[in-house]
Ligand binder design. Structure first.
Ligand SMILES: NC(=O)c1ccc[n+]([C@@H]2O[C@H](COP(=O)([O-])OP(=O)(O)OC[C@H]3O[C@@H](n4cnc5c(N)ncnc54)[C@H](OP(=O)(O)O)[C@@H]3O)[C@@H](O)[C@H]2O)c1
Length: 482
């Protein structure tokens, strides 16, 4: 590295055969490692020099990553004009020009006002029940994102959504604002599709927008949290190295309670079915597999036969888990002698499209089986003393996959719900899977070009044995309760 004053180096690593990595030329100095190149959880080799060996299979615990927020210093830069959308009292920012909405800002610019480099827009808190609040907050943000991208005069500016406690940036943060968290997911995808056009800033209950914010966001950090005087940015770190996760030394503790019922939503889907087999192999004896098609799902009969042959009692039920009444009915039918002990929420759909093409309907359709259903499961099982509540989320919510703003919003909600539950003393874990190699209805449309693109972005598909091994890691199990 020859640049004077450089503090950090970004190197792009790509797989180069089994346990080998190729490094590409360094880009600008001052960039930070890693953000988009890892999976959570997935197999990620140790950042290494060109051709250095990294046995990605060796360390299951090291392959599970967790988002941590680390202090960052804003890069010194000249003060830039900042505008705020909304009423003055909603988001007081020293020196900012306030406009009631985007139309007013666009009209002012058309009349000759200077184009602000950074435009802040406060988000939430959203009133009402959680699922409708999520739909309202994400729907409103989707409309603003689309309108923002349509304003050619503002094409050099960055729109920054300002949330309050929508992310858990510090241990004392408590449960996050769930609607705000979903907005973060949506905007992460918008950031991927339109680099430098969007920023995310999360304040704690009291923090004001800090001086130098625009400079911080304009450099290399498009997602920041303010806690007290500190500016924090998200990083993915191996769970065992992250400090707070204790590894449970007792392997017996990892086995499902054989008398308890395990509910797998999306249980006749690809991952749901693989997990059901895995849980039965590890001792689960009472499984409830829920999907809208129930026994009509293509693999249902074969799956039931296989699991029954392994000694399990399996019920496949037709239930739309986003429908609260249906789900409540399903839970009521669980026999008292085999009480519900474990929930694995693996139901989900996709409806991919660039953010400009998404509509409130397409957003709601993807939120429904993930977020609405997860909230139903959370509320309806609250008093049951569950041992585990596992949400099958996607790395799309963490990284913000291009073309998946609706899916990223739904998965970011799941991640936040797990934090919300743990803050309430309930078990909760959201596994933000990378791509599984086993094709499913969700991933079957990926063609060779898509896979090659994902590969260039550092995403490798997880084999089923590796994925299930990650599901079993002690770190994963203890994180459900920490
Ligand atoms: N495959 C991957 O690489 C991957 C990566 C990251 C995350 N994930 C997540 O893992 C989960 C499983 O994905 P998959 O790849 O196995 O997809 P899949 O095969 O399509 O399974 C999803 C299942 O969800 C069920 N479902 C959808 N809406 C439902 C609703 N309202 N109520 C009840 N069940 C519903 C579907 O069954 P019905 O149509 O019969 O309802 C389907 O069987 C998803 O949440 C997905 O986001 C998967």
């Amino acid at each position: 590295m020859h640049a004077p004053g450089a503090a950090a180096l970004r190197v792009r690593l790509s797989p180069a055969g089994r346990a080998r990595w190729r490094s590409r030329r360094p880009t600008r100095p001052g960039c930070r490692w890693p953000r988009r190149r890892a999976c959570c959880p997935s197999r990620c080799g140790t950042p290494a020099d060109s051709n250095a060996d990294a046995d990605a299979d060796a360390d299951a615990d090291g392959s599970l990553l967790r988002t941590r927020w680390v202090p960052v210093e804003p890069a010194p830069a000249p003060a830039e004009p900042v505008a705020v959308l909304g009423r003055q009292g909603d988001l007081p920012v020293d020196g900012a020009v306030h406009y009631p909405d985007l139309d007013a800002l666009a009209a002012a610019v058309a009349d000759g006002a200077a184009v602000p480099q950074t435009v802040l827009v406060p988000v939430g808190p959203e009133p009402g029940e959680v699922p409708s609040a999520v739909r309202a907050a994400t729907g409103r943000m989707l409309g603003l994102v689309r309108a923002w991208l349509g304003e050619a005069r503002l094409s050099g500016a960055r729109l920054v959504a300002v949330t309050r406690t929508a992310v858990v940036a510090e241990p004392g943060d408590g449960g996050p604002d769930l609607a705000g968290a979903a907005v973060w997911g949506l905007l992460r995808s918008a950031q991927s599709e339109h680099p430098r056009r969007f920023g995310l800033l999360d304040l704690d209950a009291t923090a004001r927008v800090p001086q130098g914010l625009a400079a911080a966001l304009r450099e290399d950090e498009a997602q920041l949290a303010v806690r007290g005087e500190r500016l924090l940015a998200p990083r993915l770190l191996p769970m065992t190295a992250a400090g707070s996760v204790t590894v449970d030394p007792d392997p017996e503790d990892q086995l499902p309670d054989p008398e308890g019922t395990v509910l797998v939503t999306g249980g006749t889907g690809t991952l749901g079915g693989l997990l059901a087999r895995h849980l039965v192999a590890r001792g689960a004896r009472h499984l409830l597999l829920a999907g809208r098609r129930g026994g009509q799902a293509p693999v249902a009969a074969e799956l039931v036969a296989e699991l029954t042959g392994l000694g399990a009692q399996v019920r496949v039920v037709s239930c739309d888990v986003a429908d609260r009444q249906s789900l409540a009915g399903l839970l009521r039918e669980i026999p008292a002698e085999h009480p519900l002990t474990t929930v694995v929420h693996a139901a989900g759909v996709v409806d991919d499209g660039l953010v400009e093409a998404l509509t409130p309907e397409r957003l709601a359709a993807v939120l429904r089986p993930k977020a609405d259903a997860a909230w139903n499961l959370h509320e309806l099982t609250a008093g049951l003393g569950l041992a585990e509540f596992v949400l099958f989320s996607s790395a799309a919510g963490t990284f913000g996959s291009a073309g998946q703003a609706n899916y990223a919003a739904a998965n970011a909600f799941l991640d936040a719900l797990a934090q919300h539950r743990r803050a309430q003393g309930l078990p909760g874990l959201s596994l933000a899977w990378g791509l599984w190699a086993e094709r499913s209805a969700l991933t079957g449309a990926l063609d060779a070009a898509d896979l090659a693109r994902l590969g260039r972005e550092g995403v490798r598909a997880l084999s089923t044995p590796d994925a299930l091994r990650l599901f079993d890691t002690p770190a994963r199990r203890s994180a459900s309760r920490s």
